[in-house]
Design a protein around this ligand. Structure first.
Ligand code: 1PR
Length: 454
């Protein structure tokens, strides 16, 4: 049953008319004990912040809302009082959501009329709606809130959050009960929907191609050994980019073992072919090395051996270039049931447990983990899913799953195990799959991917 909070000045009749149309059962009450038994609560929206807050404080409903864990819909003033403070009547509000309620400036107030909501994050509250719908607004005040909680924005002089979700609380600035069919759909989504508390993630999972480059050619081996030449880096970069790859990783795998400088000339040529992010690794040992590859056209650097040898390097690099630029390459091999981090192109066991290494580089600010596997590289057996899960368990930093892809299903398994991006090398070099085929497969399995624009 839906509880409708009666605080003396809500337009309850309009709301109950709409709920009657949806054949929804409700109880109108100002008694916190009664309302506490309801499955969902609606705080309808008319009146002023000052009197609404005074009323719910006197009735004890403020305490009920503060500890409420079930779905809650705040309409107009019912949304505004969820925030910390309102300029209307200089009122301290419930403080459940960070942010302030402000008065419009330099524009006629109140806003009275029909306006659009641009959906900025997918959410169950928008089910069966597009962002071409109009909703009815009556407001002189708007909320200023963290982007993370904004599901929809509306323009009236400025762009302001018109739909927000914070955990179990959904707020709408407009009046769904007066917004024709689109408004009724919003109410239906709230009263009948699952009201999944989590703000959904609209970002796509990335499909990445990796080029290991040695002496100017792209090579590929198995377990970092038996390398064979598979192509030219510039031509392959163009091919993958044309095929819709989301990012390219370029690893100069000879730089560290042969103590050479990273191949800046080739990186420059590769980057000219791309209008997508390029990560470059191999032989990155100093701040100057990072500057050089960035100047050659890389967007991120991937650091392997130097992160083991020089424990302050990642922190220095992050301080100078920012986390988003610093990827750490993990090269683990399982020995007696434990993953150990290897360096020097997989030749030297650092003796450091790979998961401890991941923790330490994340503490230093690494922005992304390139998660290889010496056991799976080039095997076609699929990613080491236990490894991905173990790293996911200890970190919220994006993970690029790498090493072992041989079937389309392997990409999906990587994502299902917690990877944010899936990397392949051999399967793309040998034309076993195109990038498009991988994306189509993921998309058919309900994974959000960027569609090829061509
Ligand atoms: O130690 O900072 O110079 O960085 C060297 C970088 O080069 C590290 O990221 C390390 O992983 C990589 N690397 C070094 N030697 C090799 C080699 O193959 N001999 N590449 C190598 C191996 C794995 C991926 C490969 C995936 C996917 N790195 O590059 O693309 O395993 O392959 P698959 O899909 O065919 O299975 P530093």
């Amino acid at each position: 049953m839906i509880g409708i909070i009666d605080y003396g000045s809500g337009n309850i009749k309009s709301l109950t008319n709409a709920l009657d149309r949806l054949k929804t059962k409700y109880l109108i009450s100002n008694n916190p004990t009664e309302l506490g038994r309801m499955d969902k609560l609606i705080f309808p929206g008319l009146g002023r912040a000052g009197s609404a807050m005074e009323n719910i404080r006197n009735s004890g409903i403020d305490r009920l809302i503060k500890k409420w864990k079930k779905p809650f819909l705040g309409i107009c003033i019912g949304m505004q009082i969820l925030f910390e403070y309102s300029e209307e009547d200089s009122t301290d509000c419930l403080g459940i959501i960070k942010g302030k309620v402000k008065k419009y400036k330099n524009i006629n107030t109140p806003q009275i009329g029909w306006n659009k909501v641009n959906i900025t994050q997918k959410d169950s509250i928008f089910d069966n709606l597009s962002d071409s719908n109009y909703f009815y607004f009556v407001n002189s005040y708007y909320v200023e809130a963290d982007l993370k909680i904004v599901l929809g924005a509306t323009s009236y002089g400025i762009s302001f959050p018109s739909v927000v979700r914070y955990e179990n609380f959904v707020g709408v600035q407009f009046h769904p009960e007066k917004s024709s069919d689109a408004g009724l759909q919003i109410l239906k989504n709230f009263v009948e929907g699952d009201n999944s508390y989590k703000v959904k993630d609209n970002s796509t999972k990335r499909v990445i191609a990796c080029m290991d480059v040695l002496n100017g050619s792209v090579v590929k081996g198995v377990g970092y050994k038996n390398l064979a030449i598979v192509g030219d880096p510039v031509k392959l970069a163009k091919k993958y980019s044309d095929d819709g790859v989301d990012e390219l990783v370029f690893l100069d795998i000879g730089a560290t073992i042969n103590s050479q400088r990273t191949l800046l000339g080739i990186i420059e040529q590769v980057s000219k072919e791309l209008n997508i992010p390029l990560s470059v690794g191999g032989g990155i040992r100093s701040i100057d090395d990072i500057s050089n590859v960035l100047n050659a056209g890389a967007d991120k650097v991937s650091i392997g051996s130097a992160a083991i040898e020089n424990t302050s390097f990642i922190k220095e690099a992050v301080n100078k270039f920012g986390s988003q630029c610093i990827v750490v390459s993990i090269d683990p091999k399982k020995i007696d049931g434990e993953w150990y981090q290897f360096s020097q192109g997989g030749k030297v066991n650092s003796g450091i447990k790979a998961l401890d290494f991941v923790k330490s580089v994340i503490e230093k600010g690494a922005g992304e983990i390139l998660l290889n596997s010496l056991d799976r590289d080039g095997s076609g057996l699929g990613y080491d899913l236990d490894l991905i899960k173990a790293v996911r368990n200890i970190s919220r930093v994006p993970i690029i799953a790498s090493s072992g892809v041989g079937k389309l299903e392997h990409f999906l398994e990587g994502i299902q195990s917690g990877a944010d991006a899936v990397l392949g090398a051999g399967v793309f070099h040998s034309n076993k799959f195109s990038i498009q085929e991988v994306k189509e497969f993921l998309s058919n399995n309900n994974i959000l991917v960027r569609k090829n624009e061509k």
